[in-house]
Design a protein around this ligand. Sequence first.
Ligand SMILES: *Cc1c(COP(=O)(O)O)cnc(C)c1O
Length: 393
Amino acid sequence: MPHPAVPIAPTSFLPFARPDIGPAEIEAASAAMRSGWVTTGPKTKEFEQAFVQYLGGNGIEGIAVNSATAGLHLALEALGIGPGDEVIAPTLTFTATVEVVRYLGADPVLVDVDPVTLNIDPAQIRAAITPATRAIMPVHYGGLACPMDKILAIAREHGLKVVEDAAHALPTTWQGQVVGQLQSDVTVFSFYANKTITTGEGGMAVTRDPAIAQRMRVMRLHGMNRDAFDRFTSKTPAWYYEVVAPGFKYNMTDIAAAMGVEQLARLPGFVQRRQYLAARYRQHLASLPLILPADALEGDTHAWHLYVIRLQEGSRLDRDGVIQALSDRDIGTSVHYVPLHRHPYWRDRYQLTPQMFPHAETAYQSMISIPLFTAMSDADQDRVIAALHEVLG
Ligand SMILES: *Cc1c(COP(=O)(O)O)cnc(C)c1O
């Protein structure tokens, strides 16, 4: 599949990710600015509806927010998570997944990941359940679905809530069903700058429970029972609203939503491009001493938000050496993630040690996220492939 993007010149720096924003997004954001309505309004409603439609409708509701972090916070709040509660999550994730647990005075219980998929390990979830456990937060690492059948079965068995951190998972499927349509309580997507679609900053929570959706909508905007757009467009006096809870300021702007509508329209093309690039990496890196990222199960979709390679034992260079060698060749990389158990706050608060998370630890020591974004050309990718052959071959 040829790609129209202009290749980044061989001498210029190739970043590990870059947003793909075209004239349609720029025109739509400008139109929102010209419209006289820049905060949450018609474009946000349109984006919520288009997003739900993209996921197949079927009774789910979308709640647009100004970040996935905000969406995760609202989800746990709506589910009643509070002080004394425990929420199980993987250690190999971004701190946002679990900082929201602390916002509510509850405690995350971090567990190890599966050594092949790097997703949360259901056996570790089971082992971590206590009488205080209230919820599980699976993270679809890199865009590969967690084993949701097992996780949902554990949740049902123990009466636990499930909030999916789907920041990497647009679009991802598990056993033929798209993430966002599974039987979890809430699923939260991110539109941060490097995610599979972006609104600059933004997120979307989806749920099939109307009461949860309503609570999240109210708490997203100061705990008011009417949003500004409703107040200024409906027949009830504009000045009247009621505060029913001390809510948050988590609403999405119409400028961001206008951008989101256009990004969503381009998503099918983005998906194809990411699939193509991932397949090309798999083909051209297969002969190197690397562990390549696990693919989705037969018939399922991997969102390929990240392409995480791992160095095999006995590699000529270690992780830091390869990152330096790529940087010397003007190729950007990243590491996803420094596991949470290594960060001072989580480590010290919960007395966590690397020995408690052997699989996340081994992966962390050997992992590198290499460039994968829709606006990179085949020639850009060839540079990465050639550099890895030069360094590791
Ligand atoms: C990006 C990300 C988030 C946070 O998303 P924001 O929209 O930036 O708040 C949460 N979890 C994971 C796994 C992420 O990668």
